[in-house]
Design a protein around this ligand. Structure first.
Ligand SMILES: [Zn+2]
Length: 469
């Protein structure tokens, strides 16, 4: 398959079904997950998310409808795949960003071109990830923006299962990565892909049967396939990172891929407090797992553009700046990522001051859910939060909570609101998802780092909440 026309041919049936669904204004069918036997089997095989490669465990995974049901996808085995909740969530975000609220038939056929591109991306991103990036770069960049802040995934799935229809209990992991393994091009470089030609050029190639030499592909891009990286969308930067510099800052050497390095280290450290030795061990393990020729911290650093002798801790200091805490040295060294206080849930307000530790926030949210029926007045909720959070955090969190749970009342003075009318939340993790979603909608950052942190923060909040349930 070479171009978008081939993709349209390949997924002709899905497109026809979507058109039919929209044209006839059909109702979205009910969706269902993979059955328990299959899910248990996935877990017993230590299956990984086919998109990002993290291991599926506990409740960190969901069944995704590859083509969403609201745009004509079917609730059938061919259209289901199990993936991690964050990838699943980021895919949903792409759809929410592209289209107004469902039902989508209201925007058909006006928005059909966009819908078609989206459906093709949905399918290709499962079947041939690299092609999804090359053929539909703007949508793919959006997904990677939501998912990682635009950075490439540090690991690639090797032990995953594809569409539900392609395997049954007893089968080995079957997800094919031929594209990625044959050509180790990272997914996110698609945003700069030089081989992405304009749709118009491909169209004429098609008509005249001209098959250009790959080397001579024009590099200019035009028309609807023009790539719009997240950084240039002009969205406001609203996130602030708490200042906590506790060591001399290292100058970042020229030529270092800071964004990719931060992403890799963030994945390696996660929420632990670790020494540099432990990070070194994790680097080696990752290299072995991904079949790197050279193993060790030095090739790892060189890979991101550092000189051989720069040193891991120095590299971390130079890239993370005040986002990392490094205390002690030698065997007592403690390195920990500082999670940001995320602002900007409401662009008019001063922002949502999230507690620094995700676990604290998880506790507050679950306590809120347990007690929500007791709240009658604004002051009840305020008192409740102020017991657990600082005054400044309480005030800003309350403001945002009103916006989320009392959508009809945001004009009036909040203090007079009857809190009994607030939306009832069944699970604390739902409340966390709402806040996360609202935050992501408004958060962006030139380097994409803050989205990455925000994602990490909420991944951890939801992990704590799931552990509690
Ligand atoms: Zn994933």
């Amino acid at each position: 398959m070479k171009d978008i026309f081939d993709a349209e041919k390949r997924y002709e049936n899905t497109l026809l079904e979507a058109k039919n669904f929209l044209n006839k204004k059909l109702k979205k069918p009910n969706g269902s997950s993979l059955n328990k036997e299959r899910i248990d089997y996935l877990l017993s095989k230590n299956a990984e998310c086919p998109i990002c490669g993290i291991e599926l465990e506990g409740a960190n995974h969901n069944t995704e409808h590859i083509v969403p049901l609201t745009i004509g996808g079917k609730n059938i085995l061919e259209n289901k795949i199990q993936m991690c909740v964050i990838c699943n969530y980021s895919r949903n975000q792409v759809m929410q960003a592209l289209f107004p609220r469902p039902p989508l038939h209201k925007y058909y056929p006006e928005k059909w071109i966009d819908m078609k591109q989206f459906i093709l991306w949905c399918e290709l991103s499962i079947d041939e990830k690299e092609l999804a990036a090359d053929l539909i770069p703007s949508i793919h960049a959006k997904f990677m923006g939501y998912r990682t802040g635009g950075a490439e995934f540090p690991i690639q799935a090797k032990n995953s299962f594809g569409r539900e229809s392609t395997w049954k209990v007893g089968d080995e992991p079957n997800y094919s990565f031929n594209q990625l393994l044959n050509n180790k091009k990272p997914i996110s470089t698609s945003t700069n892909s030089k081989t992405s030609r304009s749709l118009a050029l491909r169209f004429f190639d098609k008509i005249f049967g001209y098959e250009p030499n790959k080397e001579n592909i024009p590099t200019q891009r035009t028309s609807i396939d023009d790539v719009k990286p997240m950084a240039s969308t002009g969205m406001k930067r609203t996130t602030s990172i708490k200042q906590a510099i506790n060591y001399p800052l290292k100058k970042l050497p020229d030529g270092v891929n800071k964004e990719a390095f931060i992403h890799a280290i963030t994945e390696l450290i996660s929420y632990d407090e670790v020494s540099s030795n432990i990070i070194g061990n994790r680097i080696r393990k990752m290299q072995e797992d991904t079949g790197c020729d050279e193993v060790g911290t030095r090739p790892f650093l060189q890979n991101y553009g550092f000189s051989k002798s720069f040193g891991l801790v120095n590299a971390i200091k130079s890239c993370f700046g005040d986002q990392i805490l490094i205390e002690g040295d030698g065997s007592c060294q403690r390195i920990r990522i500082i999670f940001p206080i995320v602002s900007g849930l409401n662009t008019k307000g001063k922002g949502l001051a999230l507690p620094k530790d995700p676990e604290d926030f998880a506790k507050v949210l679950s306590q809120y859910c347990i007690n929500q029926n007791k709240f009658e007045l604004y002051s009840d909720v305020h008192d409740f939060f102020s017991e657990m959070m600082s005054k400044r955090k309480t005030n800003s969190t309350m403001t945002k909570l009103c916006l989320l749970l009392l959508p009809g009342n945001i004009e009036g003075p909040w203090r007079e609101i009857d809190w009994k009318t607030a939306i009832k939340i069944e699970k604390a993790s739902d409340l966390a998802m709402m806040i996360w979603e609202q935050s992501l909608e408004r958060e962006t950052d030139e380097e994409g780092n803050n989205i990455n942190f925000l994602n990490k923060y909420f991944e951890q909040v939801i992990k704590h909440l799931n552990e509690e349930e």
